[in-house]
Every structure is written in C-alpha cells, then in structure tokens.
Design a protein around this ligand. Structure first.
Ligand code: PGA
Length: 256
C-alpha cells in the first residue's frame, strides 16, 4: 500500500542560524506532541549546505532528507556540482529533479533530466521528478501535451521496476510561489491524466503504485482538499514549508 508523501522544498532560503532555529522549533513541537503520527512520509529538501547535518539530526526520527538537484555526471571536473554518490554517502534518500526553476533559470532540458533520473536511481536515490505547464501553455490549452512530453522524454525510457521507484510532482508553473493554486479539480484532472499515461505505457499495477504529488502554493488551508483527491498522493511544498508550524499543519492534513 503506498503511503502519501509530503516534501518540503526550501529552495535557496535560510542562513545557518535560521536553519538551526527551524530544526529546534520543529523538533520541540514534535516532542511536545509525542503522538504526532503523520499518516504521511515526510521529506525535507534544504540547500545542499545543510544536508549532511540534517541527515544526522533526523537519523533516529522518521524524517527523510532530500536534495533539490543533482549532477547528471558521476564525478570529476564539474566545478560547483554535487554528485548522486556524494548524496548517497551522507544518507540523503530523495532528490528533486527537473524543478521548473531549474528548467527556467539553468536551462535544464528533458534530455539532461533523463540523465539525472538515471544517475539518481543508479545510486539508490529516489527522484521526485517535477513536471508542469506555464501560464501561457495553459491559456493555449497545451497543459496535457506539455506534461506528456516532459514525462516521455525524461522518465518513460525507464523499465517498470525503475519508474515505480520514482515520485512525480505535478507543479503548474503559474501556481509556484504566486499564491494561485490549481483548483482541486484542475489538479486531480492532471494527476489522473499522468496516471493514465503510465498505465498505457506500463500497466495498471505500476501506475497505481507511483506517488504523484501536487505542488504550487499548497498551504495548510488548501492541503486537505488537494490531498484527498483520488490521484493526489501528497504535496511538494515551497514557501509554506519554511515555517515549522505551517509545515506541521500540512503534514497533519492527511491525518484528518
Ligand atoms: P510554492 O513552491 O509552494 O512556494 O508555490 C512549490 C515548489 O516550487 O516546489
């Protein structure tokens, strides 16, 4: 039975002092409420700088740690890059791949993302693969074609037993950081479309086991309605994950 998943994407936020503040407040809140049993798997993706510290801090807790990106290369002369094997060696479990900000500001292509997916899986990291259309693409009614192409070019080369390990995050670009959320029916419609694509390419068993998260201005007020849609298996949370209390409320959305 697949468990829902809620992942925090901190992006390029928090100094080291702010990082410590979050961890202290988050841990304090969790220990105050010993019976905080989240019906969801929890992942936090801080900037690279804090990953090693965070994996140690959460070792004994049920919180997983993820990176926001990885290099498509395995090692060598790639100044400034971080490899999948390095991440694995400090017990990072997940990595976000293909976030729209990486696509937009760092020109990451579907082809390059396919390489990142391969190297992540080879190193036993679980990719959280992001897809989603821009505002203009939705206005032109191209959202399904765009997502279809992103999945086909970056994920569908995988055999069923490998794609099954991946998490997919549908993040309409127009909803990211804008306060505009896709309505639960718009999100559900796209999630069902993605699941159908996987069923057609692979089979029903594979598609029903893959977790498809929603991302884009998800917060404690709208999380419950989004997460209870048939094909939404949790969320990828940006801005609302930066405050420990707001993030905990989102983690509890699956408990109600
Ligand atoms: P947001 O970001 O929740 O701030 O909209 C989501 C994301 O970019 O993953």
């Amino acid at each position: 039975m697949k468990k829902p998943l809620v992942a925090a994407n901190w992006k390029m936020n928090k100094t080291h002092t702010e990082f410590n503040e979050f961890i202290n407040q988050f841990n304090e809140e969790l220990s105050k409420n010993k019976n905080y049993q989240f019906n969801t798997e929890v992942v936090i993706c801080p900037p690279y700088l804090y990953l090693a510290e965070m994996t140690k801090m959460f070792e004994a807790k049920n919180i997983n740690v993820g990176s926001q990106n990885i290099s498509e290369h395995s090692e060598g002369a790639y100044t400034g890059e971080i490899s999948a094997s390095m991440l694995k060696s400090i017990n990072v479990k997940y990595c976000i791949i293909g976030h729209s900000e990486r696509r937009k500001y760092f020109n990451e292509t579907n082809e390059q993302l396919a390489k990142k997916i391969d190297i992540a899986l080879k190193n036993d990291l679980i990719p959280i693969f992001c897809c989603g259309e821009t505002f203009d693409e939705r206005q032109a009614d191209k959202q399904f074609a765009v997502v279809d192409e992103q999945l086909k070019e970056s994920l569908f080369h995988l055999p069923a037993n490998m794609i099954q390990k991946c998490v997919i995050a549908y993040e309409p670009v127009w909803a990211i950081g804008t306060g505009l959320t896709a309505s639960s029916s718009q999100a559900q419609e796209m999630h069902a479309f993605i699941r159908d694509l996987i069923t057609n390419k692979y089979n029903f068993k594979t598609s029903s086991e893959i977790r498809i998260l929603y991302g884009g201005s998800c917060n404690s007020k709208n999380a419950k309605e989004l997460f209870c849609q048939n094909d939404i298996d949790g969320g990828l949370i940006g801005g609302a994950s930066l405050k420990h209390d707001e993030f905990i409320k989102i983690l509890l959305a699956n408990n109600e």
